[in-house]
Design a protein around this ligand. Structure first.
Ligand code: SR1
Ligand code: MG
Length: 387
């Protein structure tokens, strides 16, 4: 049992988090700062003499909303366990878990000091060589590695029980698949696009497709997916990139993670195009293509030669990813949680980008199945503006 295992839960402050983390920074903690601006948890950096760690603590409510949206703290256990499972499949692609305390719902991570989120780098128009490939290798590795395609049935059954459909899956169900298509009080959008937000709620084919995809999300337990793989969940350092924030992990559809990642790249692309940053928009095009090409190559590399249906697998995964991507694009414009890529734009550029994103999202969700990556990307980023 760890030194902290019998402690009663309390939310850390800068003093108590130092006491908790002292054993991981050489015995004496010297300072702590809160560094997280996430939607769900509190995150601190704690310093000892020359050493630092990151402490992530789940709080018993949805941080972005407050105590009016209570949550259990079980997500901390899910994140810690998912990091361990995913690291086995793609060593070095997920931060090291140094310690997990169930009672305090707190994880001690290696400190990825000097890393920035991929989203922040994309917003700042920074080149990010190798990052799309890392994100793709991670995604393909964990999808194939936790599927029936490669994992022994008994081991998979045990893992499947540990990563059941969780409370955060319910949050995704609501925020991604449901709220944007209803008059939910959690929706947030600019007055300038109120007409379009209303139109989405009246679009029968869109609502039907969203409901069908929600059913797929809930029932297709194909792999232990990350569950929230957007560009803010990828940390980029000088020599590598790592995937963080695995608290949404669960057994879900193959296409969900790649769909979310491509949606967030598409939102970046749309923001840059609307701002007249054509050269950087082309850089984002390159990231998306590299992501998909590497993802496909990595799936093929991990594929068992005894299964003669790889290309059918990939075609169907891409068509699903496109639809999930469409829903993600829409919810990031009219739902609760937005993205800095678009929200940070000045008016009227922001409105133009939002309308483009909604048009792209709707086209992905309601159009015929995308047959290849080029079709997905064109539909996501070059659809006629939603007017
Ligand atoms: C309620 S939390 C809002 C969003 O933040 C997370 O990163 C997920 O994307 C979630 O939908
Ligand atoms: Mg997250």
């Amino acid at each position: 049992m760890s030194a902290t295992a019998t402690q009663q839960y309390r939310e850390f402050d800068r003093d108590s988090v130092q006491v908790f983390a002292a054993p991981f920074v050489g015995g004496t903690a010297r300072s702590a700062e809160e560094i997280g601006d996430g939607n769900l948890n509190r995150v601190f950096r704690v310093w000892g003499d020359g050493l630092s760690v990151v402490v992530k603590q789940a709080v018993p409510y949805l941080k972005i909303v407050g105590s009016s949206w209570p949550l259990t703290r079980h997500r901390a256990r899910i994140e810690s366990d998912a990091c361990v499972e995913h690291r086995k499949l793609v060593p070095g692609f997920v931060p090291d878990v140094l310690h997990f305390d169930e009672d305090l719902s707190a994880i001690v991570f290696e400190d990825l000091r000097g890393y920035s989120t991929w989203r922040d780098l994309l917003v700042a128009r920074t080149a990010t060589p190798g990052v799309a490939e890392r994100a793709a290798a991670y995604s393909a590795g964990v999808l194939l590695g936790t599927s029936h395609l490669t994992l022994d049935s008994r081991a998979r059954k045990e893992m499947r029980q540990r990563f059941a459909y969780s409370e955060l899956c319910l949050v995704t169900e609501d925020l991604v698949f449901t709220a944007p298509y209803t008059d939910s009080p959690s929706n947030r959008f600019d007055e300038e696009i109120a007409d379009v937000a209303r139109a989405l709620r009246c679009d029968r084919s869109l609502r039907t497709a969203a409901a069908e995809l929600r059913f797929a999300f809930k029932t297709r337990d194909e792999a232990l997916v990350h569950g929230d793989l957007h560009t803010g969940s990828v940390l980029v350092g000088p020599h590598d990139a790592k995937v963080i924030d695995l608290e949404f992990a669960f057994f879900g559809p193959f296409g969900f993670d790649p769909g979310l990642l491509l949606a967030n790249l598409a939102l970046s692309r749309i923001a840059h195009e609307a701002s007249g940053n054509d050269r950087y928009a082309a850089v984002v095009d390159g990231c998306a293509e590299l992501f998909w090409d590497t993802f496909a190559d990595e799936c093929r590399r991990r594929w068992r030669p005894t299964e003669p249906w790889y290309s059918r697998f990939l075609t169907s995964l891409l068509a699903d990813a496109a639809r999930f991507a469409g829903l993600e694009m829409i919810r990031r414009i009219v739902g609760l949680a937005h993205v800095a890529d678009i929200d940070g734009l000045p008016l009227p550029t922001r409105t133009a980008a939002q309308r483009n994103a909604l048009a792209g999202g709707r086209a992905l969700v309601t159009g015929p199945p995308c047959a290849n990556f080029e079709e997905l990307w064109l539909r996501a980023t070059q659809e006629e503006t939603f007017v």
